[in-house]
Design a protein around this ligand. Structure first.
Ligand code: SER
Length: 319
């Protein structure tokens, strides 16, 4: 079997995708890569780790060739809030990296997974149940790179036959690696703060409604999409997917069922991230993913909250 390359492997998704791919296909089948270096040597059990700057296109080609890569999960990217602070860097990494990955995939006949996002929508998208195919005029650099990325993946498929696939992911909630610069990061931070201090100061307004997903569902969805029968994939590169939908106040209420004296306050809302959140749909429609490849998330708000609190407390972050 040709190997699987994961870029951005030390990030929020990669930290859980690499072990899942290793468990499914064998550790020898997976090559993890990141711009950052590992803080410690990988376990002998773990597969290969390579330093990779995704803006260095010859380095991507070299790595793909050297390891006989047959599939690439391209996760290296800047998230919405940090991208808005560094738009030039966001364009360079989010577009330059994807272009390099697609070119390598074209030359070496690799399958490609490229994540899109609810950030690929904008203020003129229908805000409630945003359809699979709809207006996409985002007003953030992150959104611009996500829409352009979706189109570039479509182009590489139709023009060169590259097997590109992708999901429009909502906010991802996880307890292994921190998200690092997204607008939905509050839904991760809140668990650590609730477990440790029973208090959280939220950077989004109380009633900011967005779609969310627990990381195990996101990982399963990516692998299922990559394994899905291509003949069924009409919307191959940018499937809307969601698992739950809530506001900060609703998430806090769910946490309060486990920590009754938990307090959330909104005295320090961040106008920049609030504006990004308000530019996204409140809810998206993932019927196409359910119909075309059987998308079916397992975690709802209650189940995710219980599991997150258990895991965060087990890691010593609890009171
Ligand atoms: N979670 C991402 C962000 O907030 C959305 O894709 O940037």
């Amino acid at each position: 079997m040709r190997k699987i390359l994961v870029t951005g492997a030390l990030g929020q998704i990669g930290a859980e995708l690499v072990p899942a791919l290793s468990a499914r296909y064998g550790a020898d089948a997976v090559v993890a890569s990141d711009l950052r270096m590992l803080a410690r040597a990988p376990d002998v059990e773990a597969g290969a780790f390579e330093h990779l700057d995704c803006t260095d296109i010859p380095a991507i080609h070299n790595l793909v060739q050297r390891h006989d890569i047959g599939a690439i999960y391209h996760l290296a990217s800047l998230l919405s809030a940090v991208a808005e602070e560094k738009p030039q860097a966001a364009w360079n990494l989010n577009m330059g990296g994807l272009y390099g990955v697609l070119e390598s995939a074209r030359e070496h006949h690799c399958q490609v997974f490229a994540p899109s996002s609810i950030g690929a929508f904008g203020p003129s998208t229908p805000p409630d149940l945003a359809p699979q195919v709809t207006t996409q005029r985002p007003n953030t650099i992150y959104g611009v790179t996500k829409v352009a990325g979706e189109l570039l993946c479509d182009y590489y498929h139709s023009r060169f036959g590259v097997d590109t696939r992708g999901l429009r992911l909502p906010g991802l909630i996880s307890h292994i690696a921190p998200p690092g610069g997204g607008t939905t990061d509050y839904a991760v931070e809140i668990f650590h703060q609730a477990a440790r201090y029973r208090h959280y100061s939220c950077f989004l307004e109380a009633d900011t409604r967005l779609d969310m997903m627990y990381m195990p569902d996101a990982i399963a969805g990516m692998i299922e999409l990559m394994e899905a029968d291509p003949n069924r994939l009409i919307d191959r590169n940018a499937f809307n997917v969601t698992a739950m939908n809530f506001t900060p106040d609703e998430l806090a209420a769910e946490i309060r069922t486990h920590i009754p004296d938990f307090v959330i306050e909104y005295d320090d809302v961040d106008p920049a991230r609030q504006a990004i959140a308000l530019s996204w749909p409140r809810r998206i429609d993932d019927t196409a993913a359910r119909e075309q490849w059987g998308w079916s998330p397992k975690f709802d708000l209650a189940h995710m909250t219980r599991d997150m609190l258990d895991k965060v407390r087990a890691r010593g972050h609890g009171a």
